[in-house]
Design a binder for this molecule. Structure first.
Ligand code: ACM
Ligand code: ZN
Length: 623
């Protein structure tokens, strides 16, 4: 036979093999997803086999459930290649179907029950949102494996509900602007993690990012900065103008996109500080009258809205009217953080306002802090006429807190404790655990730039939202938890992905799963499946939680050091001490290493689950 024919036959055999291989490929679902469901009860019986003859059915005439059915079908196609048709429920289709319903009887409307038996997968939500969360659990139970023929689901009953009602993430689009497509992707990530609130930080000193029809200059002028500082306020600038804003049409589109995924967008208009962009557009709203410049560097700026100028209140009412119309959310975030009072102290109008209102400093608060409270309260009352409530950063406590304000506790948890004990609602977002602009490793030299700090994955996971200082009868005031991504040092979408993935996974379990069911090593075992999904999606995610950790103890007397190497998942560690780059052929670490010479220890890990971590260098000195 000629060589050409042989090659053809070989190719044919390989082709048939690949084809049948893919035809038969079968994987088994695992219900240990993130966030971990509250209750998973295995059932007896034969498994449900999902294949291309399975269909998804939804309640007739329910557009929301129809949309959710399509989401589920799309998710399954992404993770397996299997395409499932969606159909209206006719009651005739009882076998080999995934049935979506929304009449599960549970006090928590976001609850769902996922029941799997040989013939049927039923997701029954206590509401359409609950069903959507059940859909997320089902899709996360399937490891992303392109070209699967069958997924085996062992019989189970999962009964699940969220621990907290506010489960969110914030994104700052003022310091850096992100395209609508990315905002939607961020919302998709929230949905994947059973979150239900997207806090959209739309305005700040470095840019105003939402079109306001009554004040066109906000978008025209306030959204553009002439250039941006390089690095951490180095005094050097890049010379490139930077800016952009979302039109109201774009905002509506994003709000609808989030709504389809049962996510409420909470917009933030940060006031009365962090307003340089607005002041640049409308300088008459500042104490000095300007001129002002959209900030080109990072930080806190003395120029804020003039609290003594009646036009400031008119401006805020007009802006918030448009915001309230654009966002159906019950809550509007009005910022309130980092508002210096130096201009107010020197401004005739502000001081006249303090007199007019008969504001007096006391042992707890300055008159100017109380002046900020006057603005906050005015805005709160105004928004109440539109059926809205306010959320503010914990500084809003400072001049006296009004009864209906919700506090976002960011400077630690103390503000949250004070507010909850006073009977105010609270969302916990402390920098120590939920500032995702902070580094997630101590090896910062090779990391994408971060603002500083250290918030590793385990730290995020370790948070207990209800500290001991809040008694049981006040615990209900802790509405929930969220993480914040400030973007001074996050200029690109890929960088943003890196900062939130996978810390968002740890966050989601803090938000969703009861405290007594949470366990970090169990979480770590469940995480690779999520990472596999991120990889398939092409996301930039961090594996730093899986790094080798070296623990050095030095015996100064004897001039020796002992080094213990660990990984969170007990993966095998290989190391060198001669300066060469370790491979899986290097020494296998089995017990603590002893050194009596200064040494450069290099270690690496090999895993078969696709998680790769960098070589870790540990400089061992004996003093
Ligand atoms: C904040 O981080 N300034 C709320
Ligand atoms: Zn003033």
């Amino acid at each position: 036979m000629k060589l050409k024919n042989l090659t053809l036959i070989a190719l044919l055999i390989i082709g048939v093999f690949l084809f049948t291989g893919c035809e038969n490929k079968e994987i088994t679902a695992s219900y240990d997803v993130i966030p971990l469901p509250q209750q998973i009860v295995k059932q007896d019986g034969n498994p449900f086999i999902l294949s291309n003859s399975t269909s998804i059915v939804y309640d007739a005439n329910n557009e929301n459930m129809k949309r959710s059915a399509q989401f589920l079908s799309d998710y399954i196609t992404f993770s397996t290649g299997i395409k499932l048709p969606i159909k209206e429920n006719t009651d005739a289709n009882t076998s080999n179907t995934i049935v979506l319903k929304s009449n599960f009887d549970h006090e928590n409307l976001e609850a769902y029950q996922l029941s799997i038996s040989k013939d049927l997968i039923e997701i029954n939500g206590a509401s359409e949102a609950g069903a959507f969360h059940g859909i997320q659990t089902l899709r996360k139970s399937i490891d992303t494996t392109p070209q699967v023929a069958k997924v085996v689901f062992n019989p189970v009953t999962i009964t699940d509900y969220p621990r907290f009602e506010h489960r969110g993430m914030m994104l700052d689009v003022a310091r850096h602007m992100f395209p609508v497509e990315f905002i939607k992707q961020y919302i998709d990530l929230l949905a994947l993690h059973n979150m239900n609130r997207f806090h959209w930080h739309l305005t700040d000193d470095q840019g105003w990012r939402v079109e306001i029809k009554k004040y066109p200059e906000l978008a025209e002028k306030g959204s553009m900065r002439t250039e941006t500082v390089i690095g951490k306020n180095t005094g050097e600038y890049d010379g490139k103008s930077y800016g952009g804003y979302y039109t109201q049409e774009e905002i509506k589109d994003v709000v609808a996109y989030a709504n389809d995924r049962f996510i409420t967008i909470i917009p933030e208009i940060d006031l009365p500080g962090h307003m340089l962009a607005a002041l640049t557009a409308y300088p008459e709203l500042g104490c000095t009258g300007g001129p002002y410049q959209v900030a080109r560097e990072w930080g806190i700026f003395d120029d804020v809205l003039c609290a003594g100028n009646e036009q400031t209140l008119v401006f805020l009412e007009n802006v918030l009217t448009e915001i309230a119309d654009l966002f159906p959310s019950e809550y509007i975030h009005i910022g309130g953080d980092e508002c210096p009072k130096v201009r107010w102290q020197e401004c005739e109008k502000c001081q006249a306002k303090i007199e007019e209102l008969n504001i007096k400093a006391d042992s707890k608060h300055t008159a100017e802090q109380k002046l900020q409270s006057y603005i906050t309260t005015h805005v709160e009352k105004f928004l109440a006429t539109k059926g809205k409530k306010i959320i503010g950063w914990d500084e809003i406590i400072e001049g006296g807190l009004s009864a209906n304000a919700t506090v976002m506790s960011w400077r630690g948890i103390d503000g949250g404790i004070i507010a909850a004990n006073q009977g105010n609602d609270v969302i916990m977002v402390p920098t120590s655990h939920f500032y995702f602009d902070y580094y997630q490793t101590k090896y910062t030299d090779t990391e994408p730039f971060g603002i500083g700090g250290y918030v590793p994955l385990e730290k995020v996971y370790s948070f207990n939202p209800i500290p001991d200082e809040i008694p049981a009868d006040k615990a209900k005031h802790i509405l929930g938890v969220q993480a914040n991504l400030w973007t001074e040092y996050v200029p690109t979408t890929s960088h943003a992905e890196y900062m939130v993935l996978p810390r968002m996974d740890a966050l989601s379990e803090v938000q969703w799963t009861n405290q007594d069911k949470r366990d970090y090593s169990s979480f770590i075992e469940r995480l690779p499946r999520m990472m596999n999904y991120y990889k398939a999606k092409g996301f930039n995610y961090s594996t730093r939680g899986f790094d080798v950790i070296s623990d050095i103890s030095i015996d100064k007397e004897n001039g020796t050091a002992t080094v213990k190497l660990t990984t969170v998942d007990n993966a095998p560690i290989y190391y060198t001490t001669d300066g060469s780059t370790p491979t899986s052929n290097s020494n296998l670490y089995t017990e603590p290493l002893k050194f009596d010479q200064p040494t450069l220890l290099k270690s690496m890990v090999e895993r078969n689950n696709g998680i790769e971590t960098p070589v870790i260098e540990t400089n061992i000195e004996l003093k």
